[in-house]
Design a binder for this molecule. Structure first.
Ligand SMILES: Cc1cc2nc3c(=O)[nH]c(=O)nc-3n(C[C@H](O)[C@H](O)[C@H](O)COP(=O)(O)OP(=O)(O)OC[C@H]3O[C@@H](n4cnc5c(N)ncnc54)[C@H](O)[C@@H]3O)c2cc1C
Length: 418
């Protein structure tokens, strides 16, 4: 007998994972604003395969993700290929890391009072001889972690970067297969998932919650779990944020102490490849869309361009046509091909600007120096009634990933079950 009810806001990896763990014990209803499951996992079927608007790689042998892939089972394949870098006007195979990276990690390891990456680099790498390393570290922090180096925590970067195992995998049927599997498990235990239900207000007391949606529906339950991205929680400048009645100011304040970076991804399909068949990544010094990758081991002629962190935030308000133009200019410069030639060979081009996505208002999170405290606040339930989860509340070594969201969903489920 399930005596108590639980509302989950958001059918992303965290919300679905929590539902999978809890639907046996609670009457669970998930309210999802979008017209699909997955949130920042968004696999889109195209004529000859799947493209990923959001999460694309499994970044290492990550325990929960791997377990789910095995249980389902869902095929995953190791990525292959070499890294190329545009240096002095030439695209050449290049080491992923500049010399000195390992030594830098050792310096990060012994930092006792957390500082921002910018301060750390000023303290240890001010000398001109470190210019190349410094440039690469900043590009990595901004590009991969979407971080603002003037705010991001050096201790967190150490934890994450030293745990990287160098492996990465793709899911040929799309990351969505993982989402669908987790959702099916929850549904098997009678979880209800309602799409197109944007929650705008939550009234609560110590024993009950009432959620109001923009289409004027009302949902009542004993407990509520909120898994939306942090920018949607307590954002003031935009319309799409959740209101709590009575307000929960300590949580609102905490949410502001965890970073959420911008990211813009472009996926271009050409009528044939014009790059080296062994290439996986292309790195460059282009200001916008400096990084591109292929689909290897799949040889389909698709290139994905990536721009993250403060630079992506600068362009976040641009429309898709203008972003596509900017992406093509970068690609033309990296490959020394005219933009007209590139345009002539494009079969399709899609832009995914997550900063302007109404249901996330950002890419994924990064830690600031005071984020540990903020995460502790947000991870503490309010009267055993209001709970939070999501990739931003994860404490482990793989932040900003699907694994982080799954782990957070799993962890909050243990709390809710009591
Ligand atoms: C471009 C991009 C690339 C990425 N690449 C990778 C990668 O290669 N590998 C990797 O592991 N991770 C990657 N990530 C990160 C990964 O996608 C996220 O960490 C993870 O999917 C977040 O899951 P979540 O459940 O915490 O949040 P979300 O997926 O954002 O789920 C929250 C859900 O809440 C819904 N929602 C929001 N507001 C409301 C509301 N008011 N009412 C109801 N529902 C609401 C949203 O629609 C959403 O479905 C990437 C992310 C992006 C954006």
């Amino acid at each position: 007998m399930k005596e108590k009810s639980l509302l989950i806001i958001g059918a992303g990896a965290a919300g679905l994972m929590a539902a999978k763990q809890l639907s046996l014990y609670f009457n669970v209803t998930i309210l999802e604003a979008d017209n699909r499951l997955g949130g920042r996992i968004h696999s889109i079927n195209k004529q000859d395969g799947v493209i990923e608007a959001g999460a694309e790689f499994v970044h290492g042998n990550l325990p929960i993700t791997m377990q789910l892939l095995h249980d389902a089972p869902i095929q995953f394949i190791k990525t292959t290929g070499k890294n190329y870098r545009k240096k002095n006007g030439v695209l050449n195979i290049d080491m992923e890391r500049e010399e000195g990276w390992e030594e830098m990690l050792q310096k990060m390891k012994v930092v006792t009072t957390d500082v921002t990456l910018e301060v750390f680099l000023q303290n240890h790498y001010a000398d001109e001889k470190y210019a190349a390393l410094k440039k690469q570290v900043i590009a990595y922090a901004e590009g991969f972690d979407l971080a603002d180096c003037t705010r991001a925590s050096v201790c967190s970067f150490y934890k994450e970067w030293s745990a990287e195992d160098g492996e990465s995998y793709r899911i040929p049927s799309g990351y969505k297969a993982l989402v669908d599997y987790v959702a099916q498990q929850a549904i098997a235990d009678e979880c209800k998932i309602l799409l197109n239900k944007t929650v705008e207000r939550i009234n609560w007391n110590q024993d009950n919650v009432t959620a109001y949606t923009t289409d004027k529906e009302v949902f009542r339950a004993n407990k509520i779990l909120i898994t939306t991205s942090l920018n949607l929680l307590f954002q003031n400048e935009r319309k799409s944020f959740l209101q709590f009645d009575p307000p929960i100011n300590a949580y609102a304040k905490a949410a502001k102490n965890i970073g959420l970076g911008a990211v813009i991804k472009v996926v271009l399909k050409f009528n044939k490849t014009f790059w080296k068949p062994d290439a996986q990544f292309f790195f460059s010094d282009e200001k916008f869309f400096p990084t591109w990758w292929t689909q290897l081991p799949n040889t389909v002629p698709i290139l994905t361009g990536w721009m993250g962190g403060p630079t992506a935030a600068i362009l976040a308000e641009e429309d898709n046509d203008s972003l596509l133009q900017t992406a093509l200019a970068s690609l033309a410069s990296i490959f020394d091909i005219t933009e007209d030639k590139l345009k002539a060979d494009i079969e399709f081009g899609e832009i995914f600007n997550w900063q302007s996505n109404t249901f996330s208002l950002g890419g994924y999170s990064y830690d600031m120096a005071n984020s540990a405290e903020a995460k502790a606040t947000l991870s503490t339930p309010l009267f055993n009634t209001i709970f939070f989860a999501g990739e931003a509340l994860y404490h482990g070594n793989h932040p900003g990933t699907v694994e982080a969201a799954l782990a957070s969903g799993q962890q909050v489920a243990t709390l809710i079950k009591g």
